[in-house]
Write a protein that binds this ligand. Structure first.
Ligand code: 5GP
Length: 122
């Protein structure tokens, strides 16, 4: 999938739309999800124009890739969810039910999060 520079996270990264920022580094911006599904629900976003995890690992630099994962783990500690446990999740593509076509990692915590996926009915 080609990168769409008009996606909502691209606009946040350009400062055209506000966000509730929790961390910013050279390669990463992290902000609170506008519709949180847990007491802690943060989106960790590379600043580069990548659609998905497979696009990211194919085209990003080692520094960008390290920065995304370092920021995610650092935030788990800094937001106070590391001790009780948390979940990271990245929805990619159609089957992944990705809504915003700019790579992002969800960081959830602050309550028991249940099973990883619901089982298909039937
Ligand atoms: P996904 O693409 O992983 O399915 O989900 C996109 C996520 O982005 C959703 O959890 C949604 O609530 C969040 N989101 C969509 N638009 C905005 C926005 O304008 N600001 C923020 N902070 N989060 C957003």
């Amino acid at each position: 999938m080609a990168y769409d520079p008009e996606n909502i996270f691209a606009k946040i990264l350009r400062g055209e739309i506000p966000c509730d920022k929790v961390l910013e580094t050279e390669h990463v911006l992290a902000f609170k999800d506008i519709n949180p599904l847990a007491p802690t629900h943060v989106l960790v976003v590379p600043k580069g124009a990548y659609v998905s995890m497979d696009d990211f690992t194919a085209n990003a630099s080692d520094a960008e890739i390290a920065a995304l994962f370092r920021a995610t783990g650092d935030l788990a500690r800094e937001l106070g969810v590391a001790e009780d446990g948390y979940r990271i999740l990245s929805n990619c593509g159609g089957n992944g039910h990705q809504e915003v076509p700019h790579l992002h990692v969800h960081l959830f915590g602050g309550r028991p999060l249940g099973r990883m996926l619901s089982r298909p009915a039937g």
